[in-house]
Design a protein around this ligand. Structure first.
Ligand code: NAD
Length: 437
């Protein structure tokens, strides 16, 4: 099938590449000229494991092409995916300007029946808004608008896309449903479901899923804080409760707050949708509040130990991206920590396997960018762990102890065992567990 993807970011590029991988002809469109130029040369502008191999193969097979021209890009497309940004507006609502602008552009150039699919995360009612924009210039027989939220996780996006737990399609058109079914069948061969529903339920499903996951995180973060006071170990509590099949093991890890380009904005947008509909969604508001407080927990521990004025002190920070296996730093808790500690006078030497360039672009020389994880430790009074990259899991602890001015580790992700830290003689603070010293 001939497809066009408008917006070639984390979602658009993975979507386009994976559809090409199943034999479709795909044109990815973006307004960012540099991104498109780099992709034309087979270079991915983002770090996403496994993507480069698929990208190279499908470009070589001429199933995957890139352009900045929307007219050229959609010329033969039977299906057009919108994978455009929906950032939070000032009031917390999802900003639909990119989606609606592209819908307007499309209304000027579509000449034959096309299925227009919203893959961006958009509030309830957006499919109707997009259809209304198209209807201004196009005959109703020329388009159907479908909601098809994306559930991929950065870091494992390719796998998630190729083998989704489920595919959600919101559409009231039988014709569009058939096209979508044909397109997604290769991805559900193991028997995972494609759920067809109405547009509004589909749009809501995405917000419900993300907000529920964010709620699990906030719940566990508060549980961790209570465990610290109660002298319990949140890791045992997590294991004990997660073994219950009604609860499940995943998404129960406490830490220093959720971040990334999705959870913060999606929870906020759901709260805003509720408010617009005159519904006070109390739980969702509390989830956000807890998260804001949790982002301050690790900095608070450092300042409790070293004093609120950190002038003259240097700290090593391992991990900047909002989670491992991605270079995405959007709304990453590391950014809040950097602001807090440098604001208190500290100097920071930071290291992240993939996220350094993005932080450099955002924060310039506010921090020192270390050559590697050990270089970050030079002259540091403590090591602070923010993101649990696997290379931080089993480092050379003797080397860490010998470089640090003070053998102290503040671990925001509970990466190390308390017993090991005790044996090695570190002062060690983590989340929801006793202090080791
Ligand atoms: P992104 O910022 O990485 O990519 C968006 C792309 O759209 C950018 O490359 C930008 O240049 C391009 N763009 C903006 N205006 C354009 C226009 N008029 N024409 C063509 N291209 C244009 O964003 P993303 O992370 O891929 O997210 C896209 C959507 O998918 C959002 O709604 C997001 O909430 C949702 N989503 C994201 C993820 C994720 O993990 N990143 C997961 C599920 C859903």
């Amino acid at each position: 099938m001939q497809l066009a993807i408008i917006g070639t970011g984390y979602v658009g590029l993975v979507t386009g590449t994976c559809f090409a991988e199943t034999g479709n002809n795909v044109v990815c469109i973006d307004i960012d000229q540099r991104k498109i130029e780099s992709l034309k040369q087979g270079k991915t502008p983002i770090y996403e494991p496994g993507l480069d191999v698929l990208l190279e193969r499908n470009i070589k097979e001429r199933r995957l092409q890139f352009t900045t021209s929307i007219t050229e890009g959609i010329a033969d497309a039977r299906v057009i995916f919108l994978a455009l940004p929906t950032p939070p507006g000032k009031d917390g609502s999802a900003d639909l300007q990119y989606v609606l602008q592209v819908a307007d552009d499309l209304s000027k150039i579509i000449t034959k029946y096309t299925v227009i699919v919203n893959k961006s995360t958009v509030p309830v009612g957006t499919a109707e808004k997009v259809a209304a924009v198209l209807a201004q210039r196009l005959d109703r027989s020329l388009y159907d608008v479908v909601s098809n939220p994306e559930f991929l996780r950065e870091g494992v996006a390719v796998d998630d896309f190729l083998k989704p737990d489920r595919v959600v399609i919101g559409s009231s058109s039988e014709k569009a449903r058939k096209v979508m079914d044909e397109l997604y069948q290769p991805f559900v061969r193991q028997g995972n479901p494609i759920y067809f529903m109405d547009e509004r339920s589909s749009e809501m499903t995405k917000y419900a899923a993300n907000s529920y996951l964010a709620m699990r995180i906030s719940f566990m973060n508060e549980m961790a804080n209570l465990c610290e006071k109660a002298g319990a170990n949140v890791d045992w509590v997590r294991i004990g409760m997660g073994a219950d099949s009604r609860i499940g093991k995943r998404f129960l890890f406490p830490g220093i707050g959720y971040g990334g380009s999705c959870f913060p904005k999606d929870v906020k947008a759901l709260a805003h949708t509720a408010m617009e509909m005159d519904y006070d969604y109390k739980l969702v508001n509390v989830v956000m509040h807890v998260n804001d407080l949790q982002k301050k927990i690790l900095g608070g521990k450092v300042r409790n130990y070293f004093g609120s004025d950190l002038s003259g002190l240097t700290f090593a920070v391992w991990g900047l991206s909002f989670k491992p296996e991605t270079d995405d730093i959007r709304d990453a808790p590391a950014l809040d920590l950097i602001e807090e500690l440098t604001g208190a006078g500290a100097k920071l030497r930071v290291f992240d396997p993939e996220g350094m360039n993005n932080v450099r672009q955002l924060m310039g020389d506010k921090v020192h960018y270390a050559e590697d994880q050990y270089d970050a430790l030079e002259g540091a009074s403590a090591l602070i762990i923010v993101t649990e990259w696997s290379e931080f899991r089993n480092p050379d602890f003797d080397r860490i102890a010998s470089i640090l001015v003070h053998p102290a580790i503040f671990d925001g992700r509970n990466v190390y065992s308390m017993e090991k830290m005790q044996t090695l003689g570190f002062y060690y603070e983590s989340i929801g567990r006793k202090v080791v010293h």
